[in-house]
Design a protein around this ligand. Sequence first.
Ligand code: PEP
Ligand code: MN
Length: 281
Amino acid sequence: IGRHGGQLEEFGFDYNGIHFDQNCFHVFMGPCAVDTPENVEAMCRSMQRLGVTTARMGAYKPRTSPYDFQGHGKACLPWVFEIAGKYGIKVIAMEVLRAVHIEEIFEALEAAGRPTGVMLQVGTRNAQNFELLKAVGSQQEFPVLYKRGMGLTLEESLNACEYIASEGNRNIVFCLRGVKSHLGEPHRNLIDFGHVPVLKRLTRLPVCVDPTHSVGTKDRAPDGILDIFHATAEGVVAGANMVLVEFHPKPETALCDGPQALTLSEMEHYLEDVRIVREAY
Ligand code: PEP
Ligand code: MN
């Protein structure tokens, strides 16, 4: 991951027409969990209208409670890929929980004629699942979005990325998504976006921020702006190369993380806000 020298130019990569390096910028938006084809289609249609070709969608969900919706799993992949392709989505960030999920995604993509691409997400709950890290590292087909362990030191999460890279796959993006602390946050997690430049100093990996999982609510600051917007701006100002953010056509019906999901009508405003902040810095 570039901590021990190596050629700078080796650390950028292209996947399905999208370039990733420490200067790129992409917004990956979409629902926490895929629920219905209608909602996925409404989401993708809005994204196409706004010219966004990078999405996030969960099919395999690692839930805190076993009684909560666990995702549709491989059953939804054929229609998710078909709809994404129809609206010009090039890459979908999708979490995998086990090695077999990588095969399921590969097979479904092949069967659909590769209408889109997938970036394999290793979630915070698997940040030190070394077998999963080796599994995503030992394949070259898909890039990997590694999410920092919510209770790990940065060094421990960097070592987790070394597990991926040392297996042969260096197409990794490191994602900050807030960390747990003992302080009783008003937000779901303590926002750690000040670590964007630290990661760029320590590694050659592109750095992503996830404001929705960091904040976890749709609370507003006294200026009327959603905390999620402010957190996004913090990450963008700090130099993030990617933003992962949850949107849902009807957050009140979402099967996962509805309370933090932005609505489609907030999408244009969100992108405009990101553009203005980027231009200002
Ligand atoms: C997600 O991105 O849907 C997710 C579960 O995030 P995290 O692993 O950061 O909690
Ligand atoms: Mn979520």
